[in-house]
Structures are given as C-alpha cells and as structure tokens.
Ligand binder design. Sequence first.
Ligand code: GDP
Length: 393
Amino acid sequence: MKLALIGFGQAGGKIVDKFVQYDQRTGSDIVRAAVAVNTAKADLMGLEEIPKDQRVLIGQSRVKGHGVGADNELGAEVAEEDIDEVQGAIDSIPVHEVDAFLVIAGLGGGTGSGGAPVLAKHLKRIYTEPVYGLGVLPGSDEGGIYTLNAARSFQTFVREVDNLMVFDNDAWRKTGESVSGGYDEINEEIVKRFGILFGAGEIDQGQEVAESVVDSSEIINTLSGGGVSTVGYASEEVEESAGGGGLLSRLTGDAGDDDLDTAHTTNRITSLVRKAALGRLTLPCEIEGSERALLVMAGPPEHLNRKGIERGRKWLEEQTGSMEVRGGDYPVSGSGFVASVILLSGVTNVPRIKELQQVAIEAQDNIDDIQQESQDNLDSLISDDEDELESLF
Ligand code: GDP
C-alpha cells in the first residue's frame, strides 16, 4: 500500500530515510511521500534521501534550530505552534494517492516524542485516510528521563493514531554493544519488516501467479480498531528455478517428486510462521490475546502455496485465540528467500510496557525529589540565616 511517511525527530527522520532507500532498492513502491520534521537543523541536514523541500524545521523562534534537548513537553508545544509549517509540506503530497499516513518517531527523546502525537492528532482531524504511528522505545540503558519521556509519549501517541506499531530498541540491543552503535542495523531490521508488510498490499492481483495475494484493505482491517501492534519475522533462503514448479520434478518428469516438493514447501511455510510468531517481535509480548493478526508470506511464487499459508493461519488462530487472522501471499521473484511476516494487532499482554511505566514513575518521583531538594538548597544559599538582608526589589 502507498504510504506518506513523516519522520518526527532524529530517529524518525533516519528511519524514513532508510525506508526510502529500501523502497528504491527493492522496487516495493510503498513510499509515496517522505517528510522529516525536526527542531534541530543539523539533524535535518544529516538526512540523505528525503527531498530538501520536504524537511521542515520547526520551533526556530523558540530554540533557534538547536533542538529541544530531551524535553518532550517543549517538543509538543513547538509542534502545536508550528503545525502550519508541517502542514505546508504535507500540502504538496497527493493525498488521494496515499492509503495511509505513517508517523515515525523515537519516543525517548524530545522532538519526536512530543511532536509525533501532536501531528497524528492534527492529521486525523484533517484527513480521512488512516493515521498510523511507528513508535520506537528507548533502550533500558538510556536512563530514567528517556524512559519517562517514552512512557508519557506512548500513552498519548496510542490515543491519537489509528494504530501504534511499536519497535523496542531494548529488545534489539546486541550484548556488548550500545544501542547507538547498532542503530544502522536496527533501522535495517525495522524497514525490512515494515517494508515487507506494507509492500504486500502493493502487488496487483494477477501481476504474478499468486493464489491469494494480500490486499491493502487486509492490512488496514488488521490495523483498524486501534491499539498496539507488533511484528514478527522469519526467513529462509531458497533456490529459485527459472520457471515455476520444482526443478527436480521438471527434470525427471516425475509427478511423485512434485508431491514431495509441495509437501516441502508447505512444511517450510508452517515452520517459518512458527519461527516468526515465537521469535523476536518488534515489541516482545504474549501473542495470546492478540485481537487481530495478518500473515504475509513473501517469496518466489513457486515457493508459496495456499495450503502452507492456510495451515500457518490456523496455527496463528490457535495461538492467539483470535477469530480475525488474515493471511496471504506477497510474490517476489528473484528474492532468493521465503519470509513470513506476522502483524499482531491489538496486543495487550506486554510486560515490557508495564516495566517501562514502572521505571518511568520511579524516575518521575526522583526528578520531583531532586527538584525540591535543589530548590531548598538554593533557597538556603541565597537567604541569610537570620533573614536580616532585604532584596532590592
Ligand atoms: P528527538 O530528535 O528529540 O526526537 O530524539 P531522537 O530521535 O534523537 O532520540 C529519541 C530516541 O530514539 C532515543 O532515546 C533512542 O532510543 C531512539 N533513537 C535515536 N536514533 C535512533 C535510530 O537511528 N534508530 C532507532 N531505532 N532508534 C533511535
């Protein structure tokens, strides 16, 4: 499906940049427009792919292009004040050609954390197209203020979008490596998963020999109803034959091998579905209780079959307990691999969010205590003990 991507803040801009690269590299044709919004001029200048006239600097009168630090309340204020400038960039998007907006931001910082929910609210008021969010949670080693920012932004962002897809940096940190060192790889992982998911809805029926191609309405229906989503992924390399059908069976002309091939293809699909659902999700959670799910099997058409997808879909129904599990193909010739992408929408059993909120509340209490203490210390420094001195005015 065709998206208008809007990256808010540094992480948001970088991820949109990566999306554009992915789109060009794979020919997925999902990025209809790419906009970056920031309060920091340097961050906007560091982007590579987003057109210069689609990079919007906000809050110039307040922060002079230097960013809002990690102050997400300021980020939200500045976004509200300068929403017309953001709208100016969106005005140049042919919205009638767009299936949905996707607002992307890191939730731990200031600009994106505060601004993304403000923008989502604005877009929902103006347009009828769905407005989705992609929110990135900070690593637990980033400290209390980032966690507090993320917890508050998460709460607000979910309320303002049609669905909030979440990626948790903490779950993707490699041992011995700081998150920042691995952002490039992490961002690749993000665009791969969401690129396949949204790319699936961009294939026209009949474009390839596919039995049941995922339609963009199926993605929209899975995301409708609001709430929080997570995405699973698993892939396996395959050898592609020049035409359709199993290479071996065509060489030997043996129908028995065809059956074997079919069984193998089916088994591969069902095992990839399990791996994707039970492996690392963008937001780790219990999949049981998910309200809706969508299974996308991507790969060369001869390695996809209806039976495998049907079995995978049934298994997902059992695991999630959901009655609304959709599934289909995303035929991609020449990819050299078969991949399963699973969108779990309306997840509610997410220990990571509960932990984030707990740490955020502790951080908030600490900050209040420290502020009170430093105010007391300052008061006792500037006033004389006996209160004998009077200030000038
Ligand atoms: P902002 O510019 O004030 O919105 O803040 P940033 O986007 O720089 O940072 C917000 C949070 O996003 C950080 O706390 C990190 O957790 C995360 N982050 C920053 N850069 C990246 C990135 O390139 N990729 C990912 N996945 N996360 C990032």
